[in-house]
Design a protein around this ligand. Sequence first.
Ligand SMILES: O=C(O)c1ccc[n+]([C@@H]2O[C@H](COP(=O)([O-])O)[C@@H](O)[C@H]2O)c1
Ligand SMILES: Cc1cc2nc[nH]c2cc1C
Length: 337
Amino acid sequence: MDYRETLQAAWRRMERLTKPPRSLGHLEEVAVRLAAIQGRLKPELGLGAVVVAAADHGVVAEGVSAYPQEVTRQMVLNFLRGGAAINQFARVAECEVYVLDVGVKGELPQHPRLLSRKVREGTDNLAQGPAMSLEEAERALQAGREAARQAIAQGATLLAAGDMGIGNTTAAAALTAALLGLPPEAVVGRGTGVGEEGLRRKREAVARALARLRPGMGPLEVAAQVGGLELLAIAGIYLEGYEAGLPLVLDGFPVTSGALLAWRLAPGIREHLFAGHLSREPGHRRQLEAMDLKPLLDLDLALGEGTGAVLAMPLLRAAARILHMATFEEAGVSDRP
Ligand SMILES: O=C(O)c1ccc[n+]([C@@H]2O[C@H](COP(=O)([O-])O)[C@@H](O)[C@H]2O)c1
Ligand SMILES: Cc1cc2nc[nH]c2cc1C
């Protein structure tokens, strides 16, 4: 059965299950979409994986983050030791954590969970010139694909991307504004918690990057102009997961900017995307609206790392189980006359 046929058949089965119509709300749509992705009326979800892509950003020179740049590398070490929020949530969600270095400044130790594919030690400042070359953008995207392939080979049935990069909400804002044709004010937010001055500097940096873009530029050229390396990798992670036929869970603002790029490169990916949550970052709503996706959770999170995506994994598994319920006929329960 193809996607549309399974979707329709799953909705018909949904109507016969032992519950009043639509009483499981948005989870019903999640369930039938999972069925359609897997091409079976009773979808099954096992182990999850989150690939946390990490890189640094030259735009931090503009004073756009509340934290110093070295936090990117320090947090990668924290992920590898299991001490970050993503590690704790992943345990609850039966999800493996993989880390991908595509551009962290400084050295990182070898580790079985770390894929080292440093394209360069951070981007150039997007407010001053191109963040990276087109060739570097392609390499970062391929590194994301490779990390996703590894996660899938190790048994992932549900795939999310996470992000770590001080300054990346500025790059994500520029990428989102460019891909969706929005002004800086619509996509710039406080990130890790900048004040009014920081907000102004972020808007200014994004406006300068947008001014360099030309109408004929393709999505990858635009991404090379604004960065960041981990956002390109995130696009690669989702593209690989899509081609492998997996359901894909989105996280917050930076991750969803990478997903927007993947969507521009392969519009069919939309069918595989699930919005794990709605971030506090104001531009996230615009991103999800553009792809017509409804967030599963709304918890005022603004952390990244893939935390909102991983928290939604148990909900996706529960949604899949809906289609394993008994029908009115099977259970001998009286339906409406
Ligand atoms: O996921 C989100 O929506 C989100 C919102 C705000 C901040 N972050 C995280 O904070 C870092 C970027 O914030 P900033 O202020 O340095 O641009 C980066 O590591 C992101 O993972 C993430
Ligand atoms: C401590 C810290 C942890 C993070 N995780 C993702 N982004 C982050 C930014 C900071 C500053």
